[in-house]
Every structure is written in structure tokens, then in C-alpha cells.
Ligand binder design. Structure first.
Ligand SMILES: CC/C=C\C/C=C\C/C=C\C=C\CC(=O)SCCNC(=O)CCNC(=O)[C@H](O)C(C)(C)COP(=O)(O)OP(=O)(O)OC[C@H]1O[C@@H](n2cnc3c(N)ncnc32)[C@H](O)[C@@H]1OP(=O)(O)O
Length: 292
């Protein structure tokens, strides 16, 4: 059902599925038919590396989200792959989070379609049967941070510019309950309360201290560390690990699933408010001015 909806979006976006689907092939060679999601499969190891390639900042546009969802679904259904590393093809930026332009100046139907895709990506990541490790090789605010929080393990490159956190309040918006739940499940209630209200973006040492990431390593060791973590996790029998993961996380995803339509309606009415649109426009303007 979700895959069908995602494919509908891709087709509307003019993407040819025949070639896109090949992006998640099993061969040891790199396949990159997808525009925005590169997949480097290592079938012998049972691991695939997904690299985000949506310049300039890997923001989660509807097309990028859709390609990621389809890619994850294909890997999930291919029993060759038991582990996935998520990383950026452009070191310096892991992901700038939700694409601000998808949430600005569009119509309610667009906002609803967009939010459904955001929900879908989170659901795919959070209760994936695969072992997911985020190799965070760049800045990762808001939705970018949510993607890494949805993995099983996070390795962050030791660079003071690579901040991670849910900074929604700084944009005048509110992280939805399932962003909050994902954070609370990772760093606990009190730390989340402070981080969410203040929209904190943590540099590596602080991110490690508060538990937003599991390891901070030199930049050139992020991928190799992620690989060695995934290798350790692969030693655990899949069925036991998967059931345990489900036991820990399913209540959180069920909570969204049972109120998914209401959550979409909340988002659409919240984001359509004039005051919120103004805040987002001002934030986009501030990003532009930062450059000049
Ligand atoms: C009651 C509640 C009910 C329901 C819930 C309601 C609402 C919840 C709604 C939404 C939740 C949203 C979560 C999000 O993810 S919001 C997005 C937050 N993201 C950010 O704040 C990141 C902003 N970007 C940056 O901080 C920086 O760009 C950077 C650190 C990622 C990279 O810095 P650089 O200096 O390398 O690059 P820039 O020059 O700043 O940017 C280049 C280029 O990219 C544009 N851009 C940056 N971020 C975004 C983005 N997120 N979306 C779209 N575009 C982005 C930036 O404007 C520049 O564009 P131009 O070249 O000027 O055109």
C-alpha cells in the first residue's frame, strides 16, 4: 500500500521506476540509477550502504523521501541484506531535515502528501528488521537527526560544525509527538524536554554526553566504525534481535499508525497557518542572508 503510494508520487514526479528499482540491486558493484539515493551493496557481507545525494543539503524533498522509502522497502524484502549504513554522499551535510520549500507556499493536498511520506520514512526506519547504523558525516538538524535517531546505532564524525538535534522550535514550529517519542526513547524524558524546548543542536562531544549518538570518531573513520559496529550486531541471531527490537519500538510506531490520518490533518492545519508560513519564510530568508 505504502509502496504503491510512493510509486505514485515517483511517477507523478516523472521518475522511471524500471531504472530506479535497479538502484538497490544485489551485485557487489555500485548501482546508482536512482537520482538521489546511491546504494553500495556488499552482498557477501549482507550489508548495503545508502548514500544520500540530494544537493545542496540532502533536505527531504518529496522526491528524495520517495526514493528512500522505495529503496528501504526493496532492501527490506531482499533477504540478502541484514544491515544498512545510512550516510551522506556529501561529507559536511548529513541531511538538513525536512525540505522547507515543501512546507511553504503549497496547497493542503501537497502538505498532506508530503507529511504522509515523512511518516512513511520514519515508520520504515524505526521498525526495520534490518540493522540500521547512521554514519553521520555532517550537520544533521531536525528531520536529519530524526533519521539517525531511528537507526539502531549512531556514529558521528568529530567536527564541531556537525551538530545534531531537533531544532524545530527555532523555526517557530513544533516537533510532532512521534519525533518527541523517538528522542525520549533515545535520551530520556528530562534531556528531551530541554533539548526540544530550546531547539538544541549538539556538537559532537555534547551529543555523545547526552546520548544523541553512540560514538564520536575522527571524520575519516566514520564509515569503517559503522561497518565494524554492524558486523558485531550481525553476529546476533536475526530472529532474536528483530523480536527484541520490535518489543522495544513497536508501541511507539503503533501510536502513530493508530492516529496517522489525524496527524496528517494536524500537520496540514498547523503548517497552513499564516503565522507559521511567515516564520518559515523568515527562516528561509535568514539562511539566504547568512551567505551574503
Ligand atoms: C501542533 C503540532 C502538529 C503537527 C506537527 C507540525 C509541524 C511539524 C513540522 C515540521 C517538522 C519539521 C522538521 C524539520 O526537519 S524542519 C527543517 C529544519 N532544518 C534546518 O533548520 C536546517 C536549516 N539549514 C541549515 O542550518 C544549513 O543549511 C545547514 C547547516 C544544513 C548547511 O549549511 P551550509 O552553510 O552548508 O548551507 P546553506 O548555505 O545554509 O544552505 C544551502 C542552500 O540550501 C538551502 N537549505 C538549507 N536547509 C534547507 C532545508 N531544510 N530545506 C530546504 N532548503 C534548505 C538554503 O536555503 C540554501 O539555499 P540557497 O542556495 O540560498 O537557495
Amino acid at each position: 500500500m505504502a509502496l504503491v503510494a510512493a510509486r505514485g508520487t515517483l511517477l507523478r514526479a516523472g521518475v522511471r521506476l524500471g531504472t530506479e528499482a535497479a538502484a538497490c540491486g544485489r551485485n557487489g558493484t555500485r548501482r546508482s540509477a536512482s537520482h538521489r539515493v546511491l546504494v553500495e551493496p556488499d552482498a557477501a557481507a549482507g550489508i548495503a550502504t545508502i548514500k544520500f545525494k540530494n544537493p545542496p543539503v540532502n533536505s527531504l524533498t518529496l522526491e528524495f523521501l520517495t526514493e528512500l522509502i522505495i529503496c528501504l522497502e526493496k532492501l527490506e524484502n531482499d533477504k540478502t541484506f541484514r544491515g544498512v549504513i545510512l550516510t551522506s554522499n556529501s561529507p559536511g551535510i548529513f541531511s538538513a531535515g525536512l525540505d522547507l520549500r515543501e512546507m511553504c507556499g503549497k496547497n493542503p493536498a501537497h502538505y498532506a502528501e508530503y507529511w504522509r511520506a515523512v511518516q512513511e520514512l520514519w515508520l520504515k526506519l524505526y521498525v526495520s528488521n534490518m540493522i540500521l547504523v547512521a554514519a553521520i558525516n555532517g550537520a544533521s538538524p531536525a528531520g536529519g537527526c530524526l533519521m539517525s535517531l531511528s537507526c539502531d546505532y549512531r556514529v558521528l564524525a568529530d567536527n564541531p560544525r556537525y551538530k545534531v538535534g531537533l531544532n524545530e522550535t527555532l523555526l517557530g514550529i513544533v516537533a510532532p509527538f512521534w519525533f518527541r517519542d523517538t528522542l525520549v526513547n533515545t535520551i530520556g524524558h528530562r534531556a528531551s524536554e530541554r533539548a526540544l524546548q530550546l531547539g538544541l543542536l549538539f556538537p559532537p562531544a555534547e551529543a555523545l554526553q547526552v546520548g544523541m549518538v553512540d560514538q564520536v570518531v575522527p571524520e575519516d573513520q566514520v564509515h569503517s566504525t559503522a561497518l565494524s559496529v554492524i558486523t558485531q550486531w550481525l553476529a546476533i541471531p536475526d530472529h532474536a534481535r528483530q523480536l527484541t527490537k520490535s518489543m522495544m519500538r513497536k508501541a511507539t510506531t503503533d501510536n502513530l499508525i493508530k492516529q496517522r490520518e489525524a496527524d496528517i490533518q494536524n500537520f496540514v492545519s498547523f503548517i497552513s497557518r499564516d503565522s507559521i508560513q511567515k516564520s518559515l519564510q523568515m527562516y528561509i530568508e535568514k539562511l539566504k542572508q547568512k551567505k551574503s
